[in-house]
Design a protein around this ligand. Structure first.
Ligand code: GLN
Length: 281
């Protein structure tokens, strides 16, 4: 016998009873119904609708995956970032709203008017392409390059660029080792979690190489800071996302490397989340 058909209200209460956050349950339900994920108001006006058996099967499977800790974005296959809808899956880090701080700051340091000689921007460790695509979308006049060491991640990022019709250029490279030329701005959301950080137990569905960076979480940030000066135009900026407790360390690394105007920016939670500086030589 088929399971009795559930109403939308019953689905949401079922998820609530199992401890799922309301917004997660709403997104998974919209996904199961084939509706746009931002259409949460629609759920309210259709709360007594019942699911078809196929929708109900999709819903139950989605609910189980989320309860097992998988990010909503991997289950729905989509994530909104800086106003763009990206396709995401387990080959790439789930883009965080915190990383929008990095994009906002990057856009703020760029000259407002199109530069006569053209702007060159670089995103290191692009993953889904989130940061590079957001920059290219906001600055169609810029040449945006994006790098990742993972061929799998680059496949996801390239597909997003194609889907969004944004002309970002992708390079497979271990940080800057295979990147040609100099840039006016280099941004990165590199791996920065310390190996053995207890926080990792909540992130087991995401690629570990996108998350961890040695015993103190700073191994990749040190490499980027060492390599960036050779690829920055005079006055170019290097802006880095980092862990909640790493701002002081990253400021010191940038200052020691000879960067000027070293400063940090806070994420939505009021945590110093990005630190950067300018290469003035
Ligand atoms: N912001 C992620 C987290 O702490 C980590 C992402 C990263 O290492 N770049 O959950």
């Amino acid at each position: 016998m088929n399971a009795p058909s559930l109403t939308l209200t019953q689905c949401l209460s079922q998820a609530h009873a199992q401890g799922l956050a309301r917004v997660d349950a709403q997104m998974l339900l919209l996904h199961s119904l084939g509706r746009p994920l931002h259409d949460r108001a629609w759920l309210l006006t259709h709360d007594s609708d019942t699911l078809t058996p196929a929708q109900q099967a999709t819903w139950q499977a989605a609910l189980q995956r989320r309860l097992a800790g998988e990010p909503v974005a991997y289950i729905t296959g989509r994530k909104d970032f800086f106003g763009l809808t990206l396709s995401v899956d387990a080959r790439v880090l789930d883009p965080r709203p915190d990383t929008e701080t990095l994009v906002e700051w990057a856009l703020a340091v760029l000259p407002a008017a199109p530069a006569p000689q053209g702007l060159r921007l670089l995103d290191l460790g692009t993953g889904s392409g989130a940061v590079a695509l957001a920059l290219q979308h906001a600055r169609p006049d810029a040449q945006v390059w994006a790098v990742d060491a993972s061929a799998d991640a680059l496949a996801v990022a390239r597909a997003n660029a194609q889907q969004l019709n944004l002309p970002v250029q992708f390079v497979q490279s271990d940080w800057l080792s295979a990147v040609p030329g100099v840039f006016d701005l280099i941004v990165s959301n590199p791996p920065y979690v310390a190996e053995g950080d207890p926080h990792l137990s909540a992130l087991t569905h995401e690629p570990l190489q996108a998350l961890t960076s040695g015993a103190d979480g700073l191994v990749d940030i040190r490499q980027i800071i060492a390599q960036a000066p050779g690829h920055l135009a005079p006055g170019g900026w290097l802006l880095l996302e980092h862990g909640w407790n790493q701002a002081t360390a990253v400021q010191a690394l940038l200052a020691q490397a000879g960067f000027t105007e070293v400063q940090s920016r806070q994420d939505l939670g009021g945590v110093d989340r990005c630190t950067g500086g300018r290469w003035s030589r």
